[in-house]
Write a protein that binds this ligand. Structure first.
Ligand SMILES: Cc1cc2nc3c(=O)[nH]c(=O)nc-3n(C[C@H](O)[C@H](O)[C@H](O)COP(=O)(O)O)c2cc1C
Length: 147
């Protein structure tokens, strides 16, 4: 995969007052996205609905983090973690995500994620940890194409 070099290093800060909200079906396809999610990720709400949630996956995120997320969800546990996401323009934003099940009459019907801002120190710590995990697991490093 190739990324847009001019935007790849540009961070979009999630404002303190904003809450990014999304819901997915049980396969991880987006069924709801609020305006804040659309704005921060650089997509329109309509572009997000129906897409797999990995539409915002950043290549710096190790696969093992998402494997853990799905393991938690499949054992009916809530998962929380610091996530780096990629915008439509290849820029990035950091969030703390709390992902859990949505139940209707006691039955699991969807998943939801609420996201809040992350401090500079937490971003730094997460970036270092994720770089280390990717290196240990032999995962790819990013490739940027200069225009
Ligand atoms: C409710 C919910 C929210 C999610 N939010 C994100 C997210 O913000 N960023 C992300 O990369 N993956 C998110 N995921 C995980 C993705 O579904 C996917 O597992 C991940 O992006 C890894 O992509 P892959 O499965 O293609 O390896 C979320 C999953 C669920 C159920």
């Amino acid at each position: 995969m190739e990324y847009n070099a001019s935007e790849f290093l540009i961070e979009t800060e999630v404002p303190e007052v904003e809450l990014i909200i999304s819901r997915t079906d049980l396969q991880g396809k987006i069924t709801y996205a609020n305006e804040t999610f659309a704005e921060i990720s650089g997509y329109e709400v309509e572009e997000l609905i129906g897409q797999p949630h990995n539409i915002v996956r950043h290549p710096d995120m190790p696969s093992s983090i998402f494997a853990e997320l799905w393991e938690y969800l499949q054992s009916n546990k809530q998962w929380s973690g610091v996530v780096k996401n990629m915008r439509k323009d290849s820029g990035f934003y950091w969030v703390r995500a709390i992902v859990s099940g949505v139940y209707k009459n006691g039955e699991l019907v969807e998943y939801k994620s609420l996201r809040s801002p992350v401090t500079y120190e937490e971003k730094l710590e997460a970036q270092r940890l994720y770089d280390k995990i990717r290196a240990e697991n032999g995962e790819k490093i990013r490739r940027v194409v200069y225009e």
